[in-house]
Ligand binder design. Structure first.
Ligand SMILES: Cc1cc2nc3c(=O)[nH]c(=O)nc-3n(C[C@H](O)[C@H](O)[C@H](O)COP(=O)(O)OP(=O)(O)OC[C@H]3O[C@@H](n4cnc5c(N)ncnc54)[C@H](O)[C@@H]3O)c2cc1C
Length: 369
């Protein structure tokens, strides 16, 4: 009999929470990662991620976000409450923006607390923003900034303390150690399964910048400053958390990259481009110094829906990934959802199946929010 029932390959946010959910069901679980949990190349390895409920018409993700918020709070209450910072989120929209209008409908269906703000109300409440008079916003008070790398490492450390077996190891083929193998390998999935996934999951280069405010100024820190999304410009941001700086990230999908070898320095032209935006939207910090820059990658599916399915030719192999620039927040829910499928044969929504994934092409989808 194999030593483990389940081998989870990849200790990013998906694999870490899945290993925890399986372990807590009393199963024999091995978790491995080639570079370490939420390492600097992993998609979960950044400083912070947003937990928002707003998802347009995709109600399942809104419901999962709300559920994840409760699970995060429960887990961090006993490990480290600073890993979730309630910031709220301001979703800036132009008139008639369909995804925002769909979000309002979904919020009504799911009873998600929110408010609609006019440009004038935005300016009164958040004077850091300068928005055109026709803009409006959805305000979600319960949205949060999550400490990403530290959060995953806490999940793994805590679960190891509760008895999980973890190893740093590169894992390619099933090796007889476990009955079932779950490859939660994020942007590495198309490298591991090229015939199956090369056209289905596309890792794209994503750049993130952190700017510094003036000494003593708390205006750009949570809770004075919220998380925000500006879809019309393909940008979003997170307030200064843990004094790392005011974060701005480019959501428009960048070139395809190899997560092992990508050069992760940020070119000056990106800094200039973002500075141009700062001058327009946040003029008070248009000359703020750049403190830090990160290059991460999204692992996009064409629809943005996750991949949760059995390998079509190998019954004891599962594929878990396709976080598509929005998966972090759902980690604890995905852990429970996939553990239910693996241990109780619980059904999986067809949107997550391999069969539902259409091949990626350049016309498909160029941003996440
Ligand atoms: C810049 C940026 C901003 C984002 N913003 C948000 C946000 O605001 N909100 C949100 O919810 N989501 C956000 N996301 C998306 C989210 O971070 C990802 O969807 C999520 O982290 C994916 O997690 P994962 O576990 O699938 O992959 P990863 O975190 O990449 O983990 C995969 C792991 O598998 C390991 N691995 C791979 N191959 C092997 C092997 N052969 N053997 C052993 N180990 C292996 C790797 O080392 C890695 O640690 C953002 C992503 C980026 C890049």
């Amino acid at each position: 009999m194999p030593e483990f029932e389940f081998a989870v390959i990849g200790a990013g946010v998906f694999g870490a929470w899945l290993a925890r959910a399986l372990h807590r069901r009393g199963r024999r679980v091995l978790l491995v990662d080639q570079y370490g949990p939420a390492n600097n190349r992993a998609s979960s390895g950044g400083e912070t991620r947003i937990l928002r409920m707003g998802y347009g018409a995709k109600e399942i993700y809104t419901r999962w976000s709300w559920q994840a918020l409760q699970l995060y709070k429960e887990f961090y209450a006993t490990t480290d409450p600073t890993l979730l910072q309630t910031t709220g989120i301001l979703w800036l929209s132009r008139p008639g923006h369909q995804a925002a209008l769909d979000t309002l409908q979904t919020f009504a269906n799911c009873a998600i607390p929110h408010a609609v703000l006019t440009a004038q109300e935005i300016a009164q409440r958040f004077p850091q923003f300068q928005v055109p008079p026709e803009y409006w916003a959805i305000w979600e008070p319960d949205a949060a900034g999550l400490l990403a790398r530290r959060g995953v490492q806490t999940v793994v450390r805590q679960t190891i303390a509760e008895g999980l077996t973890y190893r740093q190891q590169q894992f390619t083929e099933p090796n007889g150690e476990a009955e079932t193998y779950i490859y939660a390998c994020g942007p590495w999935l198309p490298k591991l399964f090229p015939h199956l996934l090369a056209d289905i999951i596309r890792p794209t280069r994503q750049e993130v910048l952190y700017f510094g405010s003036t000494p003593g100024d708390r205006t750009w820190h949570a809770p004075a400053m919220p998380c925000w999304i500006d879809s019309a410009h393909g940008l979003y941001g997170i307030p200064d958390i843990e004094s790392r700086g005011f974060k701005i990230a480019i959501d428009t999908h960048g070139p395809v990259i190899d997560p092992d070898t990508e050069n992760r320095s940020v070119p000056e032209q990106t800094v200039e481009k973002v500075r141009g935006y700062l001058a327009q939207r946040f003029p008070k910090i248009k000359d703020a110094p750049l403190l830090q820059a990160e290059v991460c990658q999204y692992e996009n599916t064409a629809s943005g829906d996750y991949l949760i399915d059995r390998h079509p030719q190998n019954d004891n192999v599962w594929l878990l990934g396709g976080g598509s620039g929005h998966g972090y927040k759902h980690g604890p829910v995905i852990g429970e959802y996939v553990a239910d499928a693996l241990t109780n044969n619980a059904p999986i929504d067809p949107i997550f199946s391999l069969a539902a994934k259409i091949p990626y092409n350049n016309g498909t989808r160029t941003s996440t929010i």
